[in-house]
Design a protein around this ligand. Structure first.
Ligand SMILES: Cc1cc2nc3c(=O)[nH]c(=O)nc-3n(C[C@H](O)[C@H](O)[C@H](O)COP(=O)(O)OP(=O)(O)OC[C@H]3O[C@@H](n4cnc5c(N)ncnc54)[C@H](O)[C@@H]3O)c2cc1C
Length: 378
């Protein structure tokens, strides 16, 4: 896919930034404090026509390319990482449907998701582990025209808030299938909502399948190729998580610059002290170098000529942007002194939100395995 002109992307960035400041930022502290889903942000995304951003126009979407989506994530996470995740999760969960699903399934789900009538989540991780995905226990067995799913999926974003769940389950010794399950299907249930360090407004819970029967029309693609298909979708969603992390880092840097200019010690703004300036400079270097790598990864993914290289760059971007988010948010708290430790200042939330970006969508150790494999093979 060809990149659009810089002006087109920057105009889009300006639009999302205005939306973020006017409609998303006001919900950030509330969704964190109440641990309730960011309904007001979701309504704002619906009103702005952003829910269908990555989906094909023919299915009611906006055909927004990967760079457009990355810009959206970056600008939204800059003010509220939870709201950004609420937008991104259905995009990622429905990506396999767009690429591998039947026309019937696409027509059922994608236009409704673009209109905001349904939300989706994806169910990969299990209690026994998330890194060793091929070791999963959940199974789907064919019975006549139906499939019967058994298993428990852990840490599922949007659990209880979504109407549709994409499920990866074993269909043979070495085969996996992808299935779409509706929240009212017989045999699906939900565990308790987890109490989390950050992203508190984003619901996270177990999704349990107990002889859950789904019709064969709900299989996404070839029921023996679910694993490789899912890996392709993960390499698409990693730049989005990297963008979420980069947004958190940029937001924390913004707050640190603002605070250090306002806070006086020894008769002058702390921003005048060399050590403070040195920290701000280091934070800015981390943010800009992370952005450069992320945009390089997006270019490689959109260019599409070397999928292995693009996958490795996506892992590099996820690794660097999330490490930057954690380090810059921690330094931003430091530069706020004692006030940084209070919930009154957004950097406290940003530091808690940053941590998950090093863990989910493949931990950073797993990203290193992917990168090293590519480096040795190329
Ligand atoms: C808030 C939140 C939201 C999430 N949302 C979703 C979701 O929507 N859908 C979904 O399916 N999952 C989701 N997850 C799960 C997430 O992707 C997993 O937690 C993550 O992949 C790690 O799996 P694990 O927790 O089982 O850790 P483990 O796999 O048990 O890892 C434990 C530690 O061992 C390390 N490790 C494991 N294997 C290796 C190795 N080979 N080499 C080196 N180190 C290794 C890991 O890096 C980690 O540090 C979410 C998790 C959280 C906390």
């Amino acid at each position: 896919m060809n990149m659009q002109s810089k002006e087109v992307y920057e105009e889009f960035r300006g639009m999302v930034r205005r939306l973020a400041v006017d409609k998303i930022l006001p919900n950030a502290a509330e969704t964190d404090a109440t641990s309730l889903p960011p309904e007001k942000s979701y309504a704002a995304f619906r009103e702005a026509g952003m829910l269908g951003l990555p989906f094909p126009e023919a299915l009611g979407g906006q055909d927004g390319d990967l760079f457009t989506q990355v810009i959206a994530m970056e600008e939204l996470a800059r003010v509220c990482a939870t709201s950004a995740l609420s937008l991104m999760t259905p995009w990622a969960a429905l990506d396999p449907v767009v690429h591998f699903g039947s026309d019937e399934l696409k027509n059922l789900l994608i236009p409704a998701a673009a209109r905001g009538e349904i939300r989706a989540g994806w169910c990969l991780t299990e209690p026994r582990g998330g890194s060793d995905l091929p070791g999963m226990i959940s199974r789907a067995e064919r019975r006549g025209d139906d499939w019967v799913i058994n298993g428990t999926k852990r840490f599922i974003t949007n659990a209880t808030w979504a109407q549709w769940y994409l499920v990866l389950a074993r269909t043979g010794d070495k085969d996996y299938g992808i299935f779409m399950v509706h929240h009212e299907d017989k045999g699906i249930s939900f565990g308790k909502l987890e109490k989390k360090m950050g992203l508190r407004g984003s619901p996270t819970a177990d999704v349990i399948f107990d002889n859950c029967v789904v019709p064969a029309s709900r299989v996404v693609g070839d029921p023996t190729r679910g694993y490789p298909n899912m890996m392709l979708s993960l390499s698409y969603s990693r730049p989005l998580i990297a963008a979420q992390a980069l947004g958190i880092a940029q937001g924390a840097l913004d707050e640190a610059v603002k605070y250090t200019k306002e806070r006086n010690q020894f008769g002058q703004p702390v921003a005048r002290f060399q050590m403070v300036r040195g920290m701000i400079a280091d934070m800015a270097v981390k943010v800009e170098s992370s952005r450069a790598l992320l945009y390089r990864a997006v270019e490689a993914a959109m260019d599409g000529k070397n999928a292995d290289n693009a996958r490795s760059l996506a892992s590099m971007a996820k690794l660097l942007c999330s490490d930057t988010a954690m380090s810059v948010a921690t330094d931003a708290v430091q530069l706020h002194g004692g006030y940084g430790y209070l919930q009154d200042y957004p950097v406290e939330r940003m530091m808690r939100d940053a941590k998950i970006t090093q863990i989910y969508e493949g931990t950073n150790q797993i990203q290193r395995l992917i990168i090293a494999k590519h480096v040795y093979q190329s």
